[in-house]
Design a protein around this ligand. Structure first.
Ligand SMILES: C[S@@+](CC[C@H](N)C(=O)[O-])C[C@H]1O[C@@H](n2cnc3c(N)ncnc32)[C@H](O)[C@@H]1O
Ligand code: SF4
Length: 436
């Protein structure tokens, strides 16, 4: 998220939840335990997140909890703990006999696991859970980890949405940013991916990688259009505190090597224009989609609308019956809680008020590009245009959105600034504090 300054400064972040993660505390775990051990709130969709924290290399811009030096034995130890965790969560009252509506294998790099490790993981998971009724099973992949047989395995395991971290098509930019893959690995994997015929293939790009130029960005967009995936996610480069680049900048006191916000937005704006021209539609501030009747973003849309998400894996984030939680982020503690003590590795939690749940849903849904005022009136009994009248008016005057007949819609300018529009809706006590 940008600050007032147009520089990409250390400490910028994506808004993916509310209240800010910095407010979640260990002493709120009783609330989490209560929610997990009570039946679900009726009609609440259920999803499962499975975190695989391994990568071939740590990208210099990445802020996720990842490990790059684990051997097969250590990976098996992690996978065993994960399977034990899924066994424990499958027995929780909050499951309430509900099928998983969406499943998300995220990371790190889930595709870091070999075909054999994947089949073994899924075999063990299926003893306790299944996702046969899920409308979306997403699996994140790093191009250089893919082989033809692994892609076939993913299809056989029921993956419907494969998400590929391409980020950039220039080898020089990929290398500079510490990516483990080069462009030839993207093209090599692409034919196998196309042959497997997943319902949805998404590619990730980043606007503002170190070394990016206008010419190269134009090349990225034209190569992405040639691949013609069902959806394309474009992140604007952020520099949260815990990235290699951020540490270099803070430690060495060097100027940020990342393009400023104006430039990144100009690149995103160009990308929107080109993708629209090629037949894509804007589906959220980060995503364009080729055929919105074919692709439903079950994970994104359910999560943003307050569905339950069971989090599994080290440091993962979940949400049940209106309570947020995060698993422990220390590998030893995560594993020993499960394998030695037979208990869930819960790290911290937060029980939001109804008002905070409303703010959460409103700011997340605004990233989709529109808000239906009646929806919030029906669900929370609040007229959001009255409650946040001055904030919406300010955004209106700044050309970020329109308000007509009960519908608030982001303009193009609003889409380009989406994350920066949200903090004004935070409560006073959460203004200006550290987010993560
Ligand atoms: C978990 S990774 C995807 C799978 C795999 N690990 C990979 O990178 O290919 C999720 C995505 O987050 C994005 N990302 C990571 N760090 C970022 C940052 N600092 N700014 C913007 N996007 C970032 C990248 O686009 C990346 O593809
Ligand atoms: S961006 Fe992906 S591959 Fe790179 S370190 Fe992060 S999770 Fe791993």
């Amino acid at each position: 998220m940008s600050s007032e300054s147009t520089k990409t400064e250390v400490g910028s972040y994506f808004i993916s939840n509310y209240p800010p993660f910095s407010q979640w505390k260990n002493d709120q775990l009783d609330e989490v335990t209560n929610a997990l051990h009570s039946p679900p709130i009726a009609e609440t969709p259920l999803g499962l997140y499975i975190h695989i924290p391994f990568c071939r290399k740590r990208c210099k811009f990445c802020y996720f909890k990842v490990f790059t030096d684990q051997n097969a034995k250590e990976i098996e130890k992690y996978v065993s703990a994960l399977c034990r965790e899924i066994e424990l969560v499958s027995q929780l009252p909050v499951m309430g006999g509900r099928p998983f509506r969406f499943v998300y294998f995220g990371g790190g790099t889930p595709s870091f696991l070999s075909s054999r490790q994947l089949v073994s993981l899924v075999d063990r998971l299926r003893k306790n859970i299944n996702w046969d009724l899920a409308e979306e099973v997403t699996f994140e992949c790093e191009p250089g980890t893919l082989q033809e047989n692994k892609i076939k395995t993913l299809k056989e395991l029921g993956v419907t949405r494969l998400s590929l971290g391409i980020e950039n098509f220039s080898d020089a930019v990929l290398e500079e940013n510490g990516r483990a893959h080069l462009s030839k690995e993207v093209y090599r994997a692409w034919d196998w991916i196309a042959a497997a015929d997943f319902d949805n293939v998404n590619i990730d790009l980043i606007s503002g990688m170190v070394g990016e130029t206008w010419d190269n960005w134009k090349y990225n967009i034209s190569e992405a259009i040639k691949l013609s995936p069902e959806s394309i996610t474009i992140y604007q480069m952020e520099l949260p505190y815990n990235t290699v680049y951020s540490k270099d900048i803070l430690g060495e006191k060097i100027e940020t090597p990342v393009a400023d916000w104006e430039t990144k937005r100009a690149w995103l704006n160009y990308a929107y224009d080109e993708f629209l021209q090629a037949g894509y539609k804007i589906s959220s501030a980060y995503t364009v989609v080729k055929d919105d009747s074919k692709v439903n973003f079950s994970y994104r849309d359910n999560l943003w609308q307050g569905s339950d998400l069971i989090a599994t894996g080290i440091a993962s984030f979940g949400h049940v019956s209106g309570v947020h939680y995060q698993n422990k982020a220390d590998m030893k503690e995560y594993q020993s809680d499960l394998t030695e003590h037979g208990k869930l590795p819960l790290g911290r939690g937060f029980k939001p008020t109804q008002h905070q749940l409303l703010i959460r849903e409103m700011i997340l849904l605004l990233k989709r590009g529109y808000l239906d005022v009646n929806y919030f009136q029906d669900k929370f009994g609040v007229d959001i245009t009255q409650r946040w009248n001055s904030q919406f008016q300010q955004h209106l005057e700044n050309g970020m959105l329109t308000i007509e007949e009960g519908r608030i819609e982001l303009t193009r300018k609003g889409f380009l600034h989406a994350d920066a529009l949200l903090p004004v809706f935070f409560e006073d006590e959460h203004q200006g504090i550290r987010y993560t």
